[in-house]
Write a protein that binds this ligand. Structure first.
Ligand code: PLP
Length: 438
C-alpha cells in the first residue's frame, strides 16, 4: 500500500520514509493518533496552539464564517476583517493603530522590513545572532542562527549583533544588570560603526524563541527602543512566537512597557487554526502610506476564515483570562518544576523561560557548557536527543526538540494535572539523556 506521507515534501527535513505518529484528531492539550493513542502536546505544535486543539469557540467561529462567506479579495471591506483588526489593535502597545494581514510570520517580516525601507529609504537591517525570523529571502537573511547558512548570499543588507544571554555571555558578564548594560553598549557600537544613516530597521524577537528561549533582562528592550529612536531606526518587534499571551503578557514588549514602530505577529493570533499573520503599523509609518500607495499585497490578505478564527481566539483569551493563566503557568508550575529537574539531571546545563515558554538546555559538561549534541547533528551524533524523544513519545508526550534544547511550551490553558504529568514524563525521559553525559 502506498504511504501517503511519502508524497509530502517535508520542510526542514531530509526527504524519504520516516516514522512519526499519524494524528487524526485533537482535543485540548492532547492529540490522538490513528491507533487511538493520546499524546500530551507539550510543544503547542510549533508554539501556536495557545488554546489547545479544537477550541470550541475557534471552531464555531470558522464554521459560522464558512457558512456566511468563505473568502473575499483584500480590496473589499468586510466586517470580520475589521473586527479582527479592532481586537488586535485593542491589546497592542500604544500607537500601533493599523494592521496589514498576511498568511504567516515570514511574510509579515518581509512586509515590515519593506515598509521600513520605503519609510526611511535606508538599506540595512540589524538583527540578533540568536534569532529566527522566517525562511523566505529577507527573513532568512535576518535570521541569526545556523538555519540561515544554507540560504545566505550575503546580499540582503542584514547585519547581526549579540543580544544579552547571561548563560553564554559574549561580554564576560556575571550579573543580569551587567549583561544588559554591556549588550546595549555593544549594540550602540554596532550602530555607530555601521553608520546610523545606513540602517533602516532593527528587528528583534521580544523573547528569543526557537533560537534558545532567551528572556531579555529588564531594561534591555527599553534601551533598544531608545537607541532606535535616537538614530531614526525603525524598531520592528518580532512577536510571531510570543505574541498573544505566550509569555504571560499580551506581547513580549509589554514586559518592558515598550512600543515598537512595527510589530509582527502570527501563530497565537488565532492559535494557528487558519494561516494568519500580520504587521501592526505605527502612526508615522502609516502616514507615509497615506501619501503614496503601499506597493505590495497578497491574494489572501485578511482571509475571512482566518480573521474569524482570530475573533474567536482573542474573544476566548479575554473570557478565559489566558494571559494571566500563562503567567501563572510559568511562576507556579513550569518554572519550579523544571528547576527541580535541573537539580536532578546531570545532562541539564540550564533551565530558563517565562510564562508558557521554557527551555531545558542539555550539555555534556555543566562547567564547560559544551552542548550535549553539536549544532546541526543528525544520525548517530544526535543519538542523545533521539533517545530522549523516543522516551517521551513512548510515554505519550509530544516534545519540541531543537538542537541540544527541549523547548517546553504546552497550551496556555493546560490544566495543572496534565502539566504535572508532562513534567513527570520529562523527568523520566531525561534519564535517557543523562546516560550520554561522559
Ligand atoms: N519569527 C519568529 C520569531 C518565529 O518563531 C517564526 C516561526 O516560527 C517566524 C518568524 C516565521 O513565521 P512562519 O513560520 O509563520 O512563517
Amino acid at each position: 500500500m502506498i504511504d501517503l506521507d511519502e508524497l509530502v515534501f517535508h520542510p526542514w527535513s531530509v526527504q524519504g520514509p520516516r516514522t512519526a505518529p499519524r494524528f487524526v484528531c485533537g482535543s485540548g492539550s492532547y492529540l490522538i493518533d490513528a491507533d487511538g493513542r493520546r499524546y500530551l502536546d507539550f510543544s503547542s505544535q510549533l508554539v501556536f496552539t495557545n488554546l489547545g486543539h479544537q477550541h470550541p469557540r475557534i471552531v464555531a467561529a470558522i464554521k459560522q464564517q464558512a457558512d456566511q462567506l468563505c473568502t473575499l479579495a483584500p480590496a473589499h471591506a468586510c466586517d470580520v476583517r475589521g473586527e479582527a483588526a479592532r481586537l488586535i489593535v485593542e491589546v497592542a502597545p500604544d500607537g500601533l493603530g493599523h494592521v496589514l494581514f498576511t498568511t504567516g510570520g515570514t511574510e509579515a517580516i518581509e512586509h515590515a522590513v519593506r515598509m521600513a525601507r520605503l519609510h526611511n529609504g535606508r538599506p540595512k537591517v540589524l538583527a540578533a545572532y540568536r534569532s529566527y525570523h522566517g525562511s523566505t529571502t529577507t527573513s532568512i537573511h535576518l535570521t541569526g542562527d545556523p538555519r540561515r547558512w544554507a540560504s545566505d548570499t550575503g546580499m540582503a543588507g542584514a547585519v547581526h549583533f549579540f543580544g544579552p544571554f547571561l548563560y553564554r555571555s559574549m561580554f564576560g558578564s556575571t550579573t543580569v544588570e551587567e549583561e544588559c548594560a554591556r549588550a546595549l553598549a555593544h549594540l550602540e557600537q554596532v550602530i555607530l560603526l555601521e553608520g546610523p544613516s545606513t540602517i533602516s530597521a532593527l528587528v528583534l524577537e521580544s523573547v528569543i524563541g526557537s533560537s534558545g528561549v532567551i528572556v531579555p533582562p529588564a531594561g534591555y528592550l527599553r534601551g533598544v527602543r531608545d537607541l532606535c529612536t535616537r538614530h531614526g531606526i525603525v524598531y520592528i518587534a518580532d512577536e510571531v512566537l510570543v505574541g498573544f499571551g505566550r509569555t504571560g503578557t499580551w506581547f513580549g514588549v509589554d514586559h518592558d512597557g515598550v512600543a515598537p514602530d512595527l510589530l509582527v505577529f502570527a501563530k497565537g493570533v488565532n492559535c494557528g487554526s487558519v494561516p494568519l499573520g500580520g504587521v501592526l503599523v505605527g502612526d508615522p509609518i502609516y502616514e507615509t502610506f497615506t501619501r503614496r500607495p503601499y506597493p505590495a499585497g497578497m491574494t489572501y490578505s485578511g482571509h475571512p476564515l482566518a480573521c474569524a478564527a482570530a475573533v474567536g481566539a482573542i474573544g476566548a483569551m479575554h473570557d478565559e483570562d489566558t494571559v494571566a493563566a500563562a503567567a501563572r503557568l510559568g511562576t507556579d508550575i513550569l518554572g519550579p518544576g523544571l528547576t527541580k529537574l535541573a537539580a536532578k539531571h546531570p545532562s541539564v546545563g540550564n533551565v530558563r523561560g517565562i510564562g508558557g515558554l521554557w527551555t531545558v538546555e542539555l550539555v555534556r559538561d555543566r562547567l564547560t557548557k559544551e552542548p550535549l549534541v553539536p549544532v546541526g547533528s543528525a544520525g548517530e551524533a544526535n543519538a542523545p536527543m533521539t533517545s530522549f524523544a523516543k522516551a517521551c513519545l513512548s510515554r505519550g508526550l509530544l516534545p519540541l526538540i531543537l538542537g541540544n534544547r527541549i523547548h517546553v511550551a504546552p497550551p496556555l490553558n493546560v490544566n495543572d494535572a496534565d502539566a504535572a504529568n508532562g513534567l513527570a514524563i520529562l523527568d523520566e525521559a531525561l534519564a535517557a539523556a543523562d546516560t550520554f553525559v561522559p
